[in-house]
Design a protein. Sequence first.
Lengths: 198, 198
Amino acid sequence: MTLKSKIRQKEILAKSARLFRKKGYAATSIRDIADEVGMKSASLYNHIDSKQEILQSLLLPIAKIYVTSIDRVHESNLPAIKKLEQIIRDQITITIENPDAVSLVPDQWVFLENDDKKDNYGYDEYVHLRNHYEKLFIEIFQQAIDEKDLKPVHIEIACFSILSTLRRLYSWYARHRTIDQAVLEQELMMNLLGGLRT
Amino acid sequence: MTLKSKIRQKEILAKSARLFRKKGYAATSIRDIADEVGMKSASLYNHIDSKQEILQSLLLPIAKIYVTSIDRVHESNLPAIKKLEQIIRDQITITIENPDAVSLVPDQWVFLENDDKKDNYGYDEYVHLRNHYEKLFIEIFQQAIDEKDLKPVHIEIACFSILSTLRRLYSWYARHRTIDQAVLEQELMMNLLGGLRT
DNA sequence: GTCTATATGCTGATAGAC
DNA sequence: GTCTATCAGCATATAGAC
């Protein structure tokens, strides 16, 4: 694979992400993507195998970025409450650095498919990564309660609430791109953890 | 319009809402809906004008429910912080009573269309209702800060965070339908407002 | 009010010329 | 690597028999 084709592929992925974000995977056609890239839809297939491959090439890498990030925090020796703060900071950074890919996370994963013939299990792999992330998040949250840094709240409600905000941050950030990241981190920390601290 | 046809229409709307929730508007076909209702797709058109009309018949009523609810709170004589608490309780009730319609609110409104020829402005009307809701929410939030019941936080971040959780509540609730509503209200109040109180 | 048949257009993807 | 031409299938919606 030449360097040039890799650049072209990255462009196709980036433009697809923007279109998927705007209209969703199902409502975005291969022709829409080709128009955006500036070629005919048939030419796209010199760079990609299928529309489904594009979605997988967007969702699986971003899911792995999330998991790598929380794995590293999990393995650190910080108190659990400090781990939670770091996880929130990491999610903000990931969102700011990959807003289009992140925008697909809440809802577009349902369009991932499994294809036995190609040994290609996009849906299963994605769900596994997401479950791994949520499992660690809840585990660390429980630890912070055990360590008396958080009140003994309803864990599932609290984790759902925090993650709902973080997963939607891309949409708020799109309208406020000039905000200082440190301010955003501080404010969100207060919003998400402030009411739960002992 | 006969009583029977109204019942049939309600069934079509309910089944459509469930399908739109699962796969999204664009990925749900008229045939999918007809299958679910138990008739051929052509027969559906004896009960509805178009697929687009179904989406509007789901989204606009639920948006009006939200607006009616916040309008009533806004006109009350409660302190702003009590208004916010009531708004959160109302959103929880609306979600529990209309989970499928509520599930369409975060993302499916982009598929609403305007049709000049039919004097039918679904998109514009929906966006207007949503903006009205958010304007009142922010106004009441600001008031609660002025009345010293909330810290002087970054208002837009705080409102975004609270609304993100409330708009996603349908998905958490789907997996925890047996929870007592009073408990849910109490926990969410702590999560959403706890960190912001003076 | 439901059906079969059909119109018209768009979908993802492929074949083959250049 | 891009193009034109094309395929088979599915989309929304309508016409008209029963």
